[in-house]
Design a protein around this ligand. Structure first.
Ligand SMILES: [Cu+2]
Length: 142
């Protein structure tokens, strides 16, 4: 009986989405609440794919956000420009970072988000992965 209880406990730990050996893990995930009166904002995160297969993400969505796009920054002459990505790949065993100045989530029609918001990512094979993004205060100068 005692052994059974220990095994169950270990399984529960393993099933926790925050564990460091989760098959797919998010870190540094946050979204900026738009300045009052505006509805566009950005989000950043890092994603670690500990599964044996590459994962291609084709969509992201969240309550109170009308549309989420994947964007990247590219140089156009000496100008940085945003470009929309229809998808992004996280190779097996690798990490992809969406960070300021690089890939980012571009969000349109952003309402009041509260302290965190669950963002659901869909892969091209129809699997959905959700993670709670922290919501940070708006910046006054954007
Ligand atoms: Cu953008």
């Amino acid at each position: 009986m005692r052994l059974t209880a220990v095994v169950l406990f270990v399984m529960m730990l393993g099933g926790c989405t925050g564990s460091s050996d989760a098959p797919l893990r998010f870190e540094e995930a946050w979204i900026r609440q738009p300045v009052p009166g505006t509805e566009k904002s950005v989000g950043y995160f890092e994603i670690i794919n500990n599964t044996p297969a590459d994962i291609t993400f084709t969509n992201a969505r969240a309550d109170n956000i009308r549309k989420i796009e994947f964007h990247t920054m590219t140089m156009d002459g000496d100008m940085m420009r945003m470009r929309r990505l229809s998808e992004f790949l996280v190779p097996a065993g690798e990490r992809v970072a969406f960070v300021s100045g690089g890939k980012h989530l571009m969000m349109f029609g952003v309402g009041e988000l509260g302290e965190s918001v669950a963002v659901t990512f869909s892969s091209d094979d129809g699997v959905e992965y959700s993670h709670h993004f922290a919501v940070r205060a708006p910046v006054a100068n954007n």
